[in-house]
Design a protein around this ligand. Sequence first.
Ligand SMILES: [Zn+2]
Length: 315
Amino acid sequence: MPNTLVHLGVQGLVLRSIASDRYLAWVAVGCVLPDLPWILQRVCKRLQIPVDPFDLRVYCIVQASLFMCLLLSAGVAQLTRDRWKIFQILALSSLVHLLLDATEIKWGNGVHLLAPFSWRLVRFDLFWPESAIVSAVTLAGLVLSGWLIVKWWRVRPHDLQLRLPDAQRWMLGGGAAASYVLLPLALMSAPEQAGNHSVGAFRARWTQSNLAVEMYRAHYIVDEQGHGALWTMDDRPLEVLGLDLPSSARVSIRGVLLDGETIRVDEWHRHAPARDVATAVGLLLVSMLVLASARPRSPTDQRSSPASTRAPQPR
Ligand SMILES: [Zn+2]
């Protein structure tokens, strides 16, 4: 993904076509929705939850596809008063998010717009995350999201429009949520067979040799003796031929797994660390928007806003 600030800026602008300032918190939620599986993957790794790392990766690949995002959007929308509007916002936001993700060069990676019918990764390979254009849009995203937040702060009440679901909504929302969690388990083999993220090759590297692989933002760690190793998605070091960096870094590579423990690097790109900072700032902004919107409304809020008179009727 481009960093979250890029998503906030670009999606904030695009979504203005269908969502007024009152829905800004939901626009912000839509900016992170397709990345939830990747956040989940990080959490699982941080907490050292005992799950097969390859299975976890393909599970997340399935969950990050457009159709799963639509399913989650439909489920979440059942908790709101204006469910059709919120679904539209989350669905369009997910589509724009994935299209933005596809603009970046991500070896072995990409997005799924046609899954479950096709598990071919879609990517347009236009820019590296460090390119001048991504940096410019990141800066614009920061300014724009700051401006949107100030604007949104003035339009009170901030309201997520939550409501308690009735029986029909419980069924629809519960069904969508259950499918979001369980359906990937049934679909996990397809992306692996399609070569997504080189999962199949990494899984087979102990029994097969000369497997072509691509890695996106892998950890290259240099130890105290100055010896560098590439770390795989199953958290094991690989002896590296064809790449020797003076310090640890995130790198994307194309190469060949010669055996279970050695990789020959044919092409590589070193990433800048700034992206993680921009994503952290973006996630903080999104959380602030959502938390502020979820806070109980005071009588002053309700009196001070002309928007409150335009609040949609419960459906
Ligand atoms: Zn993304």
